[in-house]
Write a protein that binds this ligand. Structure first.
Ligand code: DC
Length: 224
């Protein structure tokens, strides 16, 4: 397996996605958006009327998922059976269902090998909740990116407003808190910093500042 792996774990809205995209572009490395895998299963569950408690069928979906990720210049698009479904994955409904599916150990196990395959030369930026703890425990550089729930809700609120959605910040905050609670307190692969991770609080930092802190830390461990 390739040695150049930077794992970035953290809750939604911590800036993880953008930081990972910038790092992957800057270094010319591959990018794993592991949350997209959980979101795809959630999306398909709705499409195919599969209950979020039907573990066997959801696990089967995870094992046989025909999905490819292709770079679109500023990130990656998810192709399911050749169709770009990226936009369909970014709804709150899908996010919430993904977080419910993510508590199922058999589904997580089914996705493990697929995620490991992303570790290819020249390197990988792995974005998720358990990248440093479970999927790539031997990665030389591990980051845990956090921010207060209030700040994360404000970021999400602004993003949705720009897209023209009429949303209430109080609703976003309570949804973020519910998802956080599920992700941090589940028994399987909970969202926690890996023991040797650098914890960065992005509440008062710009994206550029976070990227620089990650690169400074990475330079202590590997050549970037
Ligand atoms: O990063 P995201 O918001 O796209 O992830 C959606 C959900 O998927 C998140 O609430 C928890 C789950 N997830 C996970 O359990 N493990 C990962 N490595 C990535 C995401």
């Amino acid at each position: 397996m390739v040695q150049n792996i930077i794992t970035i774990d953290g809750p939604s809205g911590s800036g993880k996605g953008t930081v990972c995209q910038l790092l992957a572009t800057k270094l010319g490395w591959h990018l794993l958006d592991s949350g997209a895998l959980y979101r795809i299963i959630a999306y398909l569950a709705f499409e195919k009327n599969i209950s979020l408690e039907d573990i066997d069928t959801l696990t089967d979906l995870a094992l046989h998922l025909d999905v490819r990720f292709i770079s679109n210049g500023s990130g990656v698009d998810a192709l399911f059976n050749g169709v770009n479904i990226s936009d369909k994955l970014r709804t709150e409904k899908v996010a919430s269902a993904a977080s419910q599916i993510a508590i199922l150990q058999p589904v997580r196990d089914a996705l493990l090998a697929r995620q490991k395959e992303f570790a290819k030369s020249p390197g990988l930026i792995a974005d998720g909740r358990d990248m440093g703890t479970v999927v790539f425990p031997d990665a030389p550089v591990k980051i845990f990116l956090d921010a207060t729930a209030k700040e994360r809700a404000q970021r999400r609120f602004k993003q949705l407003q720009v897209k023209g959605f009429d949303v209430k910040i109080a609703n976003i905050l309570s949804e973020i808190k519910a998802r956080d609670h599920r992700d941090r307190h589940r028994t399987v692969a909970p969202l926690v910093p890996a023991t040797n991770a650098l914890v960065i609080d992005s509440t008062a930092l710009s994206i550029g500042e976070v990227v620089n802190q990650v690169l400074d830390f990475a330079r202590l461990k590997i050549e970037v």
